[in-house]
Write a protein that binds this ligand. Structure first.
Ligand SMILES: NC(=O)c1ccc[n+]([C@@H]2O[C@H](COP(=O)([O-])OP(=O)(O)OC[C@H]3O[C@@H](n4cnc5c(N)ncnc54)[C@H](OP(=O)(O)O)[C@@H]3O)[C@@H](O)[C@H]2O)c1
Length: 280
């Protein structure tokens, strides 16, 4: 039986994938921070006769310690992991800079560090599966944002947009570094941009932007059911190359600073130091 681990598996795209794989007979481990959402997913699993294959793990992935604890829990309860899907995200485009209890800027911690810890931490469990794949869901192919090498925690000149875009670019580099570091690993790392998808995401935005985003979503957004279909195809038939990027079904060239190998390895080493010390 396949094991599919999905962060953000209790809502939006992650939930869509969780329900799909439960229906397909896989064991699904869904991670989220809200117990009520986990309970609702388990109820849906029971409704499709998959209660014995559905697991909800509550974790606040803004915390490196929580992400590491999650790795340990998954390693000790799952003999192998076939698919790791990284969807946990909460945009903070406005408002003041906030810092986690471990001292990291919020977007850096949730949208990037947790994905770094889970990708590297679960590598061995993934390598025990026949066709392992990591799908890192974000915005590859969007030419915005950069790594602020001299101040990645954005202690100076912070803006929520800057932090969010930095976390996206960091995830592009995470895939490149992963492939460079483990060239002989069978794990396929897919950076994935789903396009505009109608999820709960706008409800977490501040009021004026929420209204605008919802209006734009009503015109432009794909449903979760439709958006999940090309994701499933890639997850079930991962590309042969170790690192790839897609926007929906379209393969993206790994060109430009977002996919630069030197920058990727530089960020890897910087992150390794941060995670080891668990402080910026
Ligand atoms: N929707 C789009 O149009 C779109 C476009 C481009 C890229 N994406 C990317 O697709 C991915 C999924 O987005 P979505 O729209 O499906 O999001 P969503 O509907 O808002 O779901 C986000 C998920 O992340 C979890 N989460 C948030 N904060 C967390 C925390 N601190 N710890 C653990 N889990 C946490 C949420 O669970 P809790 O609420 O329980 O914490 C929820 O399950 C994201 O990476 C996003 O950047 C989405």
């Amino acid at each position: 039986m396949q094991t599919v681990v999905i962060t953000g598996g209790t809502d939006g795209l992650g939930r869509g994938l969780a329900v799909h794989y439960l229906r397909q007979g896989a064991r699904v481990v869904a991670v989220g921070s809200t117990p009520a959402k986990g309970k609702a997913l388990l109820a849906e699993a029971a409704a499709v006769s998959a209660a014995d294959r559905a697991v909800f793990l509550r974790a606040d992935l803004t915390s490196v310690a929580a992400a590491e604890e999650l790795v340990t829990t998954i390693e000790t309860t799952c003999p192998s992991v076939d698919k790791l899907v990284l969807c946990a995200q909460r945009y903070r485009l406005f408002g003041p800079r906030t810092v986690t209890s471990e001292g990291f800027e919020h977007s850096f911690a949730l949208a990037y560090l947790s994905r770094y810890v889970l990708s590297h931490g679960l590598r061995k469990a993934l390598e025990s599966a026949p066709r392992p794949v990591i799908m890192n869901v974000g915005t590859p192919g969007v030419p915005l944002g950069r790594i602020h090498w001299d101040d990645p925690q954005l202690t100076h000149g912070y803006s929520g947009t800057k932090a969010t875009l930095q976390s996206f670019r960091a995830n592009d580099l995470l895939g490149v570094a992963f492939a460079a570091l483990y060239a002989d690993s069978p794990v396929s790392h897919v950076g994935y941009n789903p396009g505009v998808v109608s999820t709960d995401m706008p409800n977490h935005l501040p009021a004026p932007l929420r209204v605008l985003t919802k209006a734009a979503f009503a015109l432009l957004a794909t449903s979760v059911t439709k958006a999940v279909a090309p994701m499933v195809r890639l997850l079930d038939e991962p590309p042969g190359e170790r690192c790839t990027a897609y926007r929906s079904s379209r393969r993206l060239p790994l060109k430009g600073p977002a996919f630069d190998q030197d920058a990727a390895l530089r960020l890897h080493h910087l992150t390794q130091d941060l995670v080891t010390g668990a402080k910026p």
